[in-house]
Design a protein around this ligand. Structure first.
Ligand SMILES: CC(C)(COP(=O)(O)OP(=O)(O)OC[C@H]1O[C@@H](n2cnc3c(N)ncnc32)[C@H](O)[C@@H]1OP(=O)(O)O)[C@@H](O)C(=O)NCCC(=O)NCCS
Length: 436
């Protein structure tokens, strides 16, 4: 660390700069972003990403711009089941609005005044007919007109533009082989493009407060299964966010490695998310989430499954479901994508300031990944917090594992009296102790 916060900050962002170079990011934002007086800041940040060698595809929406034009003509867009109906006058507004937004974005990306952050940037923008669409058609008797959905993305054409160093800009519009124009949702376009390109990231800049849990706190990590649950919590998730979440889950399940959902109004969120460790928004990954936590009653089934093969081989002492249920508070576990993959239990003997570490087990498929160590450290810490001075363990087959982690052989006599009485001579377990 240097005393200069700038130098310090710049050095800390360097791993991210290296990691992002040459990657493909799809960035989606709504027409609201374009209408915002601060839109230039967002565009400057995007230009910076481009300057750092990131291949960018921008997908914009145009809803407020479309609605404004409809209002001027005294018409309204109608929605059925959250889906808009695009009739002929509405389509005209869509075309005009999408064209206007495109020009605004291109203008800002072309800026190059000497005293602006864009000085010397010289960015090429490539827009075009990258999206083939088809009509949504008639559903439950409702004709959605020119509202469409993505049918195909012209990956070759997009790749060509990206290779030439341009930023691709895609409107929420698609064309059909019959020469028609369709009004698409920006989320559909962004997701389809990210999937088709095999993008490294899909970044959606959302209107509103971002993705919050039921207590109003920002959720920083999600996996698709959790998104499915959130989407069902309809009452607290607006239609717009719901569609974005569903699109993000789809992208994730279709191979886009990371999907970032950011609050568009938060200035600089894009840079914070990409260049700091903690990020600024919600990241959706397919990699299963893994975490350590105390066990609950509904974990009994999972723990039984984990322990059964070890009990079968005589490595661990058998515990019935009833025993586990009454002792569940003593267990801590490692959960991965909803499955129990490791556990350990702590049985305190407060009078002797001792505790037994028992049932330490890691699922076969997840051994040698440091989980045993993590659990041990956590249990040691919990024991210390409970004023335990000595942590002992009885083992038949993992003696060296414990020896290598600071445990020492201990005589049976040194066990708490109560535990000595339970000692099973036949198992002939070895006893080890670690002074905490
Ligand atoms: C012992 C156990 C909990 C370790 O969990 P883990 O997550 O695989 O362990 P870690 O990744 O933290 O450590 C792996 C290291 O321990 C070593 N190790 C694993 N099992 C061992 C054993 N039974 N004896 C000695 N060393 C062992 C590995 O070889 C590896 O060392 P290395 O990297 O130097 O080769 C796990 O193997 C297990 O569940 N065993 C069966 C149950 C058991 O015996 N529990 C203890 C009785 S309470």
């Amino acid at each position: 660390m240097t005393a200069d916060p700038f130098v310090d900050w710049f050095r800390r962002s360097s791993p991210y700069i290296h990691a992002h170079r040459g990657r493909t990011f799809v960035i989606q934002f709504g027409g609201e972003a374009v209408a915002d007086p601060n839109f230039a800041h967002l565009i400057h940040d995007i230009a910076l990403l481009h300057g750092l060698g990131i291949r960018l595809v921008l997908v914009h929406g145009a809803r407020p711009q479309i609605e404004e034009r409809l209002r001027q003509r005294g018409v309204e867009m109608s929605y059925v089941h959250g889906l808009r109906i695009t009739d002929a006058p509405a389509l005209l507004c869509v075309k005009e609005a999408a064209g206007a937004v495109r020009v605004d974005v291109e203008a800002l990306l072309s800026l190059g005044l000497a005293n602006s952050p864009m000085a010397g940037a010289r960015i090429q923008v490539a827009s075009g007919n990258f999206i083939t669409a088809r009509p949504i058609g008639v559903r439950e008797g409702v004709d959605y007109g020119h509202t469409g959905m993505v049918r195909r993305v012209d990956v070759q054409a997009l790749e060509q533009r990206l290779r030439s160093g341009a930023i691709a800009l895609i409107p929420p519009i698609g064309y059909s082989p019959t020469g028609e124009v369709f009004n698409l949702s920006a989320a559909d376009v962004a997701t389809s493009v990210a999937i088709a390109l095999g993008a490294d990231k899909l970044i959606s800049l959302l209107e509103g407060d971002g993705i919050l849990d039921d207590q109003g706190r920002l959720i920083s990590n999600l996996i698709p299964a959790e998104v499915d649950k959130l989407v069902q919590r309809e009452e607290d998730v607006g239609e717009e966010t719901r569609q974005q979440l569903a699109a993000a889950a789809k992208a994730c399940r279709s191979g886009v490695k990371r999907i970032h959902l950011l609050r568009r109004q938060s200035d600089g969120a894009l840079l914070r998310e990409l260049f700091t460790r903690d990020g600024a928004g919600t990241m959706l990954t397919a990699e299963p989430y893994e975490g350590l936590r105390r066990a609950r009653l509904d974990d009994v089934g999972g723990i039984l499954e984990l322990l059964a093969p070890l009990e079968h081989k005589g490595i661990l002492v058998r515990r019935s479901r009833e025993v586990l249920e009454t002792e569940i508070d003593r267990f801590t576990l490692v959960e991965r994508d909803g499955m129990v993959i490791a556990c350990a239990a702590l049985y305190p003997y407060p009078e002797e300031s001792m505790a037994e570490l028992a049932c330490l087990a890691v699922d076969r498929d997840y051994r040698n990944g440091g989980r045993g160590d993590t659990l041990l450290k956590f249990m040691e810490q919990s024991a210390r917090e409970a004023a335990i001075k000595n942590l002992f363990v009885l083992t038949t087959q993992a003696a060296h594992w414990f020896l290598e982690r600071g445990f020492e052989p201990m005589e049976l006599d040194a066990l708490p009296m109560q535990r000595r009485q339970l000692y099973n001579l036949q198992r002939n377990s070895k006893v080890f102790n670690k002074a905490l």
